[in-house]
Design a binder for this molecule. Structure first.
Ligand code: SF4
Length: 298
């Protein structure tokens, strides 16, 4: 993936593929909102399709890379983050975005999620969280509430769900937010912020699945924690952010949806910056490989 640095200003429509495939998502699916937010945010960030790589995992969410104009890579299940990391380290000029579902990201790829956050790789990771596996017809996922009934857990899940925000903070992500498909204005703002953030930016994007999670909440009404005086906390303070996440994750399973920015650390170096600081990695690895005739290619 070769980032082409252009002076051109992209418009929202530039991120729609020339041969536009019609999304096969079900009517009312929250995934449409992620695509809309991403297309809306990119021109505001000032990036073009030629400067952007979107890596997706497996699931309904994985189709995102087919409906978004940029470099794209549809990775195997749970493995979007290793691909995204390699691309960003090799070509620091690329704007790298990874995306996938809660099953893909918090289950099958959970280990990659934890370590990509820990190492603070400079990328945006959007997790479509609909609390089930959608593409494979509604099985229980890592974020399904305890007691949730599905074909794989007909008597109800006996497991407590993963807490994505808390997990992300404990792992080391330097930007953590939650938004919802039902709140498109906030969603676009958060996607923009996450892309502009230098470091690992994780968005837990609540996306309703009306087909297989009929009993689940539609994620309305929601509360924007930055707009409500009840939730006055410092997003740059790890301890206050942890308390706020704990509160939000408890309330979600009681039917109350809290969205917004939960944590931001602007000071921490990214993994690539750490590597370049020690001299272990060249400033522009791609350029050196291109122009070093003696370089060994794998
Ligand atoms: Fe969306 Fe669910 Fe349909 Fe998949 S199955 S496209 S997640 S509504």
């Amino acid at each position: 993936f070769t980032a082409i640095d252009t002076d051109e200003q992209a418009e929202k429509d530039d991120f729609t593929p020339g041969v536009e495939p019609q999304p096969t998502w079900c009517p009312g699916c929250g995934d449409f909102a992620v695509l809309k937010a991403l297309k809306g945010a990119m021109p505001e960030v000032g990036r073009t399709p030629e400067e952007t790589l979107l890596v997706t995992g497996i699931g309904c969410s994985g189709k995102l890379s087919s409906y978004f104009e940029s470099y794209g890579y549809h990775a195997i299940h749970g493995r979007s983050l290793p691909v995204a990391r390699a691309a960003k380290l090799t070509n620091p000029g690329l704007e790298v975005i990874a995306a996938g579902g809660d099953g893909d990201g918090y289950g099958i790829g959970g280990n990659h999620f934890m370590h990509t956050a820990r190492e603070n790789h400079d990328m945006t990771y959007i997790v479509f969280n609909n609390e089930i596996f959608g593409l494979t017809k509604g099985q229980t996922s890592p974020t399904s509430p305890k007691g949730h009934k599905s074909k794989t857990q007909p008597s109800g899940s006996a497991k407590d769900p993963v807490r994505p925000l808390t997990l992300s903070l404990a792992s080391g992500a330097s930007y953590i937010a939650r938004t919802a498909a039902t709140n498109p204005r906030q969603a676009q703002e958060i996607v923009k912020e996450a892309i502009e953030h230098d470091g690992f930016a994780h968005i837990d994007f609540l996306t309703q699945c009306p087909t297989w999670n009929k009993d689940a909440k539609e994620y309305v009404p929601y509360t924007d924690i930055q707009q409500d005086d009840e939730f006055d906390f410092d997003v740059t303070d790890r301890r206050e952010a942890a308390d706020m996440m704990y509160e939000a994750e408890n309330r979600l399973y009681e039917g109350e949806v809290l969205t917004g920015r939960f944590y931001r650390d602007e000071d921490r170096l990214t993994y690539g910056e750490e590597k370049r600081k020690t001299g272990e990695m060249p400033a522009d690895p791609l350029a050196e490989r291109y122009f070093d005739e003696d370089a060994e290619w794998a």
